[in-house]
Write a protein that binds this ligand. Structure first.
Ligand SMILES: [Ca+2]
Ligand SMILES: [Ca+2]
Ligand SMILES: [Ca+2]
Ligand SMILES: [Ca+2]
Length: 164
């Protein structure tokens, strides 16, 4: 979004007039995923989104990380459609339902995918670097939680065989 000669009347000094006509908002706040005009018109009809944001079907912008995260963020839900084809960011893994989830939530003993698929097949899952597998083979626990006196593994295996 830039102030040019063609929109000089509604655009001046780096601020652009909201549709309501009674307030101006910095052009850098247009299409940044948050409503800054009281009527929200700075987020309507976005041609392009600010860097780090993606455009919903209804031409609003949402933060890239909110795409296919299992919660509706576009008001038309378009961020949660076609997620099977969507390529998750590198730090994420894909749940069976297409949802993208941070790798560190994989096999951590808590269901985070809406379909729980992050906690199935954990026996075959290799823990990321800096994590260790509990004795039951089902959970990954941070290295630092090993032998720290508090059981994190459901089977307590992070605290067994510790030399004290
Ligand atoms: Ca905005
Ligand atoms: Ca979302
Ligand atoms: Ca999990
Ligand atoms: Ca522990």
């Amino acid at each position: 979004m830039q102030c040019t000669t063609t929109n000089a009347i509604e655009c001046s000094n780096g601020k652009k007039l909201c549709t309501s006509g009674d307030e101006r908002v910095w052009v850098t706040f247009w299409c940044d995923g948050e409503e800054d005009c009281r009527d929200g018109s700075d987020e309507d009809n976005c041609e392009n989104c600010q860097e780090g944001y993606r455009r919903c079907d209804n031409r609003r912008c949402v933060w890239w990380d909110y795409w296919c995260d299992g919660e509706s963020d576009c008001t038309d839900d378009s961020d949660e459609q076609n997620c099977m084809e969507y390529e998750c960011p590198v730090k994420d893994r894909k749940c069976a339902n297409g949802q993208c989830l941070l790798e560190l939530y994989w096999c951590d003993g808590v269901q985070d995918c809406n379909d729980g698929s992050d906690e199935t097949n954990c026996k075959d899952y290799r823990c990321p670097e800096g994590y260790r597998k509990c004795g039951d083979g089902l959970e990954c626990i941070r290295d630092g939680f090993w032998c720290d006196g508090e059981p994190e593994c459901k089977d307590g295996s992070d605290e067994s065989n510790c030399q004290h």
